[in-house]
Write a protein that binds this ligand. Structure first.
Ligand SMILES: Cc1cc2nc3c(=O)[nH]c(=O)nc-3n(C[C@H](O)[C@H](O)[C@H](O)COP(=O)(O)OP(=O)(O)OC[C@H]3O[C@@H](n4cnc5c(N)ncnc54)[C@H](O)[C@@H]3O)c2cc1C
Length: 384
């Protein structure tokens, strides 16, 4: 755990209190109904959480990556879906701030920071997830702008969001293909359609949509940074912070499952004693606690490195891989500790168990993380 300064302590305490008061009492019920948590999201907006990573000069909180990860961990401990509305939203804030023109920053960042605008990342397609260079959505040059045609899959905030960073091919013949990808900051309008909300195993409440575009017009001034062919690099750079964000979600979810399980283990009796006094349960608790601590250390060490402005793709990949595999394992172990009670909707364990796999898949699958990590390690340890 990083050493927190006074401001960080205050922020963590206020998010923790918010979660205890407004989230925990209703999360499972809303989740089972797959209902968008409008009221909670409004509260999050009032707390300024839509502007966590937007600099103060654009109306945001200008928080460090470490502080933002602490917030994500606390929210996720309450209900992982709540990170949805601010997750890819914060990724596009990062991308626009880093690569946008002065006019794009001025136009979009203050409204995104206040939550007046809600953002999302429209990158993946049905046939282009891990291998995103294969995307087929096109942006064709016309007078004053581009016409977007194609479809996007898995887009979080697709229904309630209104502003997206969208990746499309401006040169379908480019070789290598990524050089033909451009990014646009788009606002919903004629030709931008939400085809459907995807029915998911977990991560309910927040919408994940299939979108399609029919001659959707985007003005030239919305081409990110004013340069074509840079979209792949721009979006991939933004995804480094997404990996940290997903790692922090993993820590939060694992903590939630562990904290529930260790309580339950001390209250549930078998053979005349609490199950926490049986050695098999103690072994599980010990492993869960140790892995969570390791996941937390990896996550905050990567966040601190990013805060220092150092290259940290290797560390972000390691944190994402370990923290999310830990979340998945700990959710399962918590269910075992609960026994039959964990398999019912009367307890939160089943929700953690259904939410955890997304962390392994989203933000770049853990198979992809392993490739990134191996590449980083091979570069770090060349043959002497
Ligand atoms: C709930 C949800 C929300 C999402 N939100 C968004 C969003 O807001 N915006 C967005 O753009 N996308 C979003 N995504 C998409 C997500 O990023 C992709 O699902 C993810 O990148 C994996 O792509 P895929 O599903 O196409 O799987 P595939 O790429 O088809 O992968 C299938 C399997 O093959 C493995 N694999 C692929 N290539 C390799 C390789 N080279 N080596 C080893 N293994 C490999 C993968 O790891 C995986 O196990 C979301 C997805 C989900 C499920």
């Amino acid at each position: 755990m990083p050493t927190l300064d006074k401001t960080q302590e205050l922020i963590v305490a206020s998010v923790r209190e918010f979660v205890a008061r407004h989230v925990l009492p209703v999360a499972s019920e809303l989740e089972h109904r797959n209902e968008y948590p409008h009221e909670i999201v409004t509260h999050m907006r009032e707390l300024g959480l839509f502007g966590c990573n937007v600099p103060e000069s654009y109306g945001g909180l200008g928080l460090s990556y470490t502080t933002f990860a602490l917030i994500i961990e606390e929210l996720s401990r309450g209900w992982m879906s709540l990170v949805g509305p601010i997750g890819t939203h914060s990724v596009i804030c990062d991308i626009i701030h880093r690569f946008g023109t002065a006019a794009q920053r001025q136009k979009f960042l203050p409204a995104l920071a206040s939550g007046e605008r809600r953002g999302g990342l429209a990158l993946s397609e049905a046939d282009a997830g891990t291998d995103v260079q294969r995307l087929t959505t096109t942006a064709t040059r016309v007078a004053d702008g581009y016409l977007i045609n194609g479809a996007k899959m898995w887009i979080t905030n697709g229904r309630y969001g209104d502003t997206f960073v969208l990746a499309a091919k401006t040169d379908a013949k480019a070789d290598p293909p990524y050089q033909g990808i451009s990014a646009f900051v788009v606002e919903k309008g004629p030709g931008f359609h939400v085809a459907r909300d995807i029915d998911k195993l977990g991560y309910k409440g927040v919408e994940t949509c299939e979108l399609y575009f029919e001659n959707f017009f985007v003005p030239t001034e919305n081409l990110l940074g004013g340069v074509a062919g840079e979209g792949f690099k721009q979006v991939m750079t933004g995804l480094e912070s997404e990996r940290l964000n997903v790692a922090a979600r993993g820590v939060g979810l694992a903590r939630a499952a562990f904290e529930d399980a260790i309580q339950y283990a001390q209250q549930r009796h078998t053979f005349g004693k609490p199950i926490s006094q049986h050695q098999t349960i103690q072994i599980m608790l010990a492993e869960m606690g140790t892995k969570i601590e390791a996941a937390r250390l990896l996550t905050y060490s990567a966040a601190e490195k990013k805060d220092r402005g150092e290259r940290c793709d290797l560390e972000c990949g390691m944190a994402k891989l370990f923290a999310t595999e830990t979340a998945q394992e700990v959710a399962w172990q918590a269910m075992r500790i609960y026994g039959g009670a964990g398999y019912t909707k009367d307890n939160r364990i089943e929700r953690y168990y259904r939410d955890a796999p997304l962390l392994v898949i989203g933000g770049g699958t853990n198979e992809l993380q392993r490739l990134i990590i191996a590449k980083g390690l091979l570069a770090k340890y060349p043959v002497k």
